[in-house]
Design a protein around this ligand. Structure first.
Ligand SMILES: [Mg+2]
Length: 248
């Protein structure tokens, strides 16, 4: 079997439940912008649960019988984005990363979104030091843009089937990985936003728990210390910060 040199992980709904972030941010937006309506956070959360995320503020204001003004929406969005989250990894993720590292497998985090928001999530989870490479792709290079995937591979010093991609969104996480010949596994965890999105590749490996994901990744990698230390990670010193310029 081809050796596994590195694994690239998506962040939201792959390493921690994104709903945790969204709920906290909705509460914070309500608290800051609508302090005179103590139930507003709960209303936004109810809209999220029944209607999804895309029009959560519009529909929430409607349910609260409040006018939907540009200024109010803008203030809600700003408070949402400025939220300092409290987040927890899915159980088993930290151990999984430690096991892969012990086996000499390079580890990368590849996420997308507004960089300041994504970096705040990374800090809240305390995972910065668990990865050799961290790439936060801004909106101009949002997945499935292959640019960030190529950069991550370069920084890891790995390519093709030497790389495993772990993600939850078929439309974002896999098109570039497939085109670059990486191995892929889709995580489908309870409550994840893209859990039921269709995947054009019906044969893709799936993990419905972190334990199942660990079994797959362990089966791809060889025994402990197999090629530890033999695979250089290219970057700035020990770690490669691929969007170093955008770090807050
Ligand atoms: Mg995701």
């Amino acid at each position: 079997m081809d050796p596994l040199d590195a694994v690239v992980f998506d962040l939201d709904d792959t390493l921690y439940p994104e709903r945790q972030f969204v709920r906290g941010a909705l509460e914070e937006a309500a608290r800051q912008v609508l302090p005179e309506f103590p139930g507003a956070g709960e209303v936004f959360r109810a809209v999220l649960a029944s209607e999804g995320f895309s029009r959560v503020f519009d529909l929430g204001l409607e349910r609260l019988h409040l006018p939907r003004t540009e200024a109010r929406i803008r203030a809600l969005v700003e408070a949402y984005r400025g939220h300092r989250p409290r987040l927890r990894l899915y159980r088993g993720v930290r151990d999984l990363l430690a096991v892969l590292r012990e086996r000499g497998v390079g580890l990368a985090l590849l996420t997308q979104g507004r960089p300041e928001v994504q970096w705040r999530k990374i800090e809240a989870l305390g995972i910065r030091d668990l990865f050799d490479v961290l790439e936060v792709a801004g909106p101009e290079e949002a997945k499935p843009d292959p640019g960030p995937f190529r950069r991550v591979a370069r920084c890891l010093g790995a390519a093709g089937r030497g790389i495993g991609m772990v993600g939850d969104s078929p439309s974002r996480d896999f098109p570039a990985a497939d085109a670059l010949g990486w191995r892929t596994v889709r995580v489908r965890l309870p409550g994840a936003f893209h859990r039921d999105d269709p995947d054009p590749d019906p044969g893709r490996l799936e993990a419905r728990s972190i334990r199942a994901l660990r079994r797959i990744l362990e089966s791809w990698s060889n025994g402990p210390g197999d090629h530890a230390g033999s695979r250089p990670v290219h970057g700035l010193g020990d770690r490669a910060w691929t969007d170093v310029a955008r770090q807050p």
